[in-house]
Design a protein around this ligand. Structure first.
Ligand SMILES: C[S@@+](CC[C@H](N)C(=O)[O-])C[C@H]1O[C@@H](n2cnc3c(N)ncnc32)[C@H](O)[C@@H]1O
Length: 404
């Protein structure tokens, strides 16, 4: 494939913004793709996948290009030279790429591959932490799986139609789509497509949502007519799914500490035809008290390290630090302690994270069950969905029954 200058320029700009200005990778890609309407699907695909790959393998590429952040413009081209060399592209004769030491890059790559922290590009502290918690063999598999490009998955909004109808609608738009056998609403798109431009999206017939993320609402298993609380609803990826499983019947309450996220959730509800969801801002202890002992099902989709979703947000690797991890784990326990009070006797609590670290998952559940608040609860089941085994994002799920 020929490398086009304007596409490479877009990649370089994105890289500068993600690394030097700490713009979130998905936001940077979205912003850059809007800058030129003439770019077709292949061009857009090239920009997005190249940028993601350069962020994913940032440590490896920095070591081979012998550059360090923050990047100068010339550093970005050196990094791009490494990417192109490893990908087997013939380097264009642009002045910016003159002098790229192709043979040296290849030689150094053979050496670098022997070290996981370089090959899979993780900071030393995070690699060590993952080995300590998951063991060498498991982390070897997960570190590689987390560097794979994320598949594009849709969740059929069953409030607006069934999965076969959605697949037929996509076919009319020349988009290949496959039903995933094990997840009732999931549709896999083998080839990338800009699905947000489709009428089916504007009409709320589907959401873009990872397959393992779609398992969360099924674990909660809400029934039409029940009272269900989504404690950390954010912009509502899981809430919308819960509402669909409830067939819009019963009461669904979505809470978060950020008003902007709840506003976005309401907007998404309108598009999805969700009528049984009410949002509440968690801005005082009164809001927490008022819901005590009231819910049949509570979902805590807790804030976490995001280690399970590195495929989607590879820049997280470079933003995490040990102090953040410690603080987020304290917050997870506080959240469990507080919001578990909303479950009524005989009701269920689902604790979920998009992390694969036991210290954010099983250990949090264990700590909760040993605490005074956790005494009335019984663990029904728990599972870590590993990217290396499932091919999708990493998630943890635990279901607890409130017995007394
Ligand atoms: C993993 S995200 C949830 C994603 C969301 N459930 C979805 O499916 O799109 C965690 C959410 O918890 C929220 N959060 C952080 N601290 C919180 C707290 N103390 N109480 C409630 N929500 C909190 C964050 O704002 C964030 O939206």
């Amino acid at each position: 494939m020929r490398l086009h200058k304007n596409l490479v320029w877009a990649v370089i700009q994105g890289l500068e913004s993600i690394v030097n200005k700490e713009e979130q990778a998905d936001k940077a890609v979205e912003r850059i793709l809007k800058t030129d309407k003439r770019w077709g699907a292949r061009d857009r695909g090239f920009i997005a996948s190249t940028l993601y790959e350069m962020v994913r393998y940032r440590r490896l590429y920095e070591s081979l290009a012998e550059v360090k952040a923050p990047y100068k413009r010339s550093d970005c081209f050196r990094l791009f030279g490494v990417w192109a060399t490893l990908r087997g592209h013939a380097l264009p004769e642009w002045p910016e790429l003159q002098g790229t030491p192709v043979r040296r890059i290849k030689g150094r790559y053979e050496e670098a591959r022997k070290s996981r922290v370089l090959r899979e590009s993780f900071p030393d502290w995070l690699d060590q932490r993952c080995v300590e918690e998951l063991g060498e063999k498991r982390w070897e598999a997960e570190s590689a799986a987390l560097n794979k490009e994320a598949d594009l998955l849709l969740r059929t909004n069953t409030l607006k139609g069934n999965r076969q109808d959605l697949i037929a609608l996509l076919k009319e738009e020349q988009i290949e789509a496959k039903a995933l056998p094990k997840i009732a609403e999931a549709v896999l798109l083998p080839k990338r497509a800009n699905v947000f431009r489709l009428n089916a999206f504007k009409e709320g017939r589907f959401e873009v949502q990872d397959a393992n993320s779609q398992r969360v609402a099924h674990w909660v298993n809400p029934r039409p007519g029940e009272k269900v609380i989504d404690a950390c609803a954010g912009a509502g990826g899981k809430s919308l799914h819960l509402a669909a499983l409830m067939e819009n019947k019963g009461q669904l309450i979505g809470l978060d500490i950020f008003p902007a996220k709840l506003k976005e959730l309401k907007r998404r509800c309108r598009r999805a035809g969700v009528h049984n969801l009410e949002t509440r801002l968690l801005d005082s202890s009164k809001v927490v008290k008022k819901l005590k002992g009231s819910a049949d099902k509570v979902l805590i989709d807790a804030p976490c390290s995001g280690l399970g979703v590195l495929k989607r947000n590879p820049d997280t690797k470079w933003k995490l630090d040990p102090d953040f991890l410690k603080k987020i784990q304290e917050r997870q326990q506080e959240i469990l302690q507080q919001y578990s009070s909303w479950v009524k006797t005989g009701g269920e609590l689902t604790y979920a994270t998009c992390s694969i670290l036991p210290s954010e998952n099983e250990k949090q559940v264990e700590l909760f069950l040993k605490s005074e608040t956790g005494k009335g609860f019984k663990l029904l089941k728990q599972e870590t969905l590993f990217p290396s085994e499932t091919g999708f994002d990493g998630f943890f799920l635990a279901k607890l029954l409130k017995e007394s």
